[in-house]
Write a protein that binds this ligand. Structure first.
Ligand code: PLP
Length: 402
């Protein structure tokens, strides 16, 4: 008998499974709206010019391949914190932000989960929005936290269930951890307004909840890295101590390079040093130290004014293309085809994804009859749409809902 004969087959990953089905479909009209990676107007992956130029500089500099420190490339972590918290952030200027490089956003969340499970004194429960990015749940469970939910999405309005969110967070035990999507909520594309963020900050403070921000899309949502960092910076300005996960997968298109950062704001430099030492103790037995190349790319861009400016333009270009696709899809459904239902949420949602409101049956029909692949919750990646396929997509949605 084999040692592994009792290992049961697990279910396929719900999102990566869609890419498999898409690849197997040879119809020329096929569209993959499952995966959350940017595609250009030709439906192709896009390597940013700022990234290409940074790579040329790195190659010309003939750097060595020595190990990075446990918490990563110091210039990179410092610039990543500056990007998120802002140049004039108080804890940043007090040297009170503990930050480590991470294996993209997922790795940052995982370090954060492990740190909170080990050192957060008040609770081992993290409240995540319902719904949330599917990986949050196993990720925090595997980190040693208990996962609970707060209401977030209102199916009726296809918008934010602010009252539900407020009630659930106000009823959470004092000291609980709460996971907040900093911008471009995945999968719904629905974000609180700035005034709602201010209310959330108030009742998070009242209930002494600990805010853990997941910022996977800074700049990608609105086109402005400052605007998308509003919630994070506002909470810090109100005196919250926060945890923050950052990813450079989407905003620099560095998906497979795995570039990210995890940070905690602390009371002062002395406390920051103690926290830093514990971050090292968490990272060292996990993967020893992070990869080199992607951090150099991101740091080259973040530290050079000319490349930084080019990058900002390219982030805005990606965000604007997506915003245009939203406008066009809304026009097609609501004006051209007069598709039954209310479609303004397609326009008002933000970031990579749109929660269309299509049900499981309709999603299945779209895959089987129209060769259009999306997650069964009706989420589409707006980046998969372009000038050539958007009409076919809208027409297929129209047929599926009639
Ligand atoms: N958090 C959210 C909300 C995401 O949507 C994603 C990616 O889709 C991530 C984190 C992590 O992505 P990565 O590990 O590629 O940075």
């Amino acid at each position: 008998l084999s040692t592994w004969s009792a290992v049961p087959a697990g279910p396929p990953d719900p999102i990566l499974g869609i890419t498999e089905a898409f690849k197997a479909d040879k119809d020329p009209r096929r569209i993959n709206l499952g995966v959350g990676a940017y595609r250009d107007e030709d439906g192709k992956p896009y390597v940013l010019n700022a990234v290409k130029k940074a790579e040329e500089r790195i190659s010309a500099a003939k750097l060595d391949k020595e190990y990075l420190p446990i918490t990563g490339l110091p210039g990179f972590t410092s610039n990543a914190a500056k990007l998120a918290y802002g140049a004039d952030s108080v804890p940043r200027n007090q040297n009170a932000i503990a930050v480590t490089q991470s294996i993209s956003g997922t790795g940052a969340l995982r370090i954060g989960g492990a740190f909170l499970a080990r050192h957060y004194p008040h609770s081992k429960t993290i409240y995540v929005p319902s719904p949330t990015w599917g990986n949050h749940i196993p990720l925090f469970k595997d980190s040693g936290l208990e996962v609970k939910y707060y209401r977030y999405f209102d199916k009726k309005t296809v918008g934010l269930d602010f009252e539900g969110l407020k009630e659930d967070l106000q009823n959470a035990p004092e000291g609980s951890i709460v996971l907040l999507h900093a911008c471009a909520h995945n999968p719904t594309g629905v974000d609180p307004t700035q005034s709602q963020w201010k209310d959330i900050s108030d009742f998070v403070a009242e209930k002494k909840l600990f805010p853990f921000f997941d910022m996977a899309y800074q700049g990608f949502a609105s086109g402005s890295t400052d605007r998308d960092a509003f919630a994070v910076r506002y909470f810090v300005s109100q005196g919250h101590q926060i945890a923050l996960s950052q990813s450079f997968a989407k905003n620099m298109g560095l998906y497979g390079e795995r570039v990210g950062a995890f940070s905690l704001t602390t009371a002062n430099e002395e406390e920051r040093k103690r926290v830093d030492s514990q971050l090292k103790i968490i990272v060292r037995p996990m993967y020893s130290n992070p990869p080199l190349h992607g951090a150099h790319i991101a740091n080259t861009i973040l530290s050079d004014p000319e490349l930084y400016q080019e990058w900002e333009g390219e982030v805005k270009g990606m965000a604007d293309r997506i915003i245009n696709m939203r406008e066009r899809l809304y026009q097609l459904l609501s004006n051209d085809f007069r598709t039954p239902g209310e479609w303004s949420h397609v326009k008002s949602q933000i970031g990579m994804f749109s929660f269309t409101g299509l049900n499981k049956e309709q999603c299945k029909v779209l895959a089987e009859k129209a060769h259009i692949y999306m997650t069964m919750d009706g989420r589409i990646s707006m980046a998969g749409l372009n000038g050539r396929n958007i009409e076919y997509f809208a027409k297929s949605v129209d047929a599926a809902v009639r």
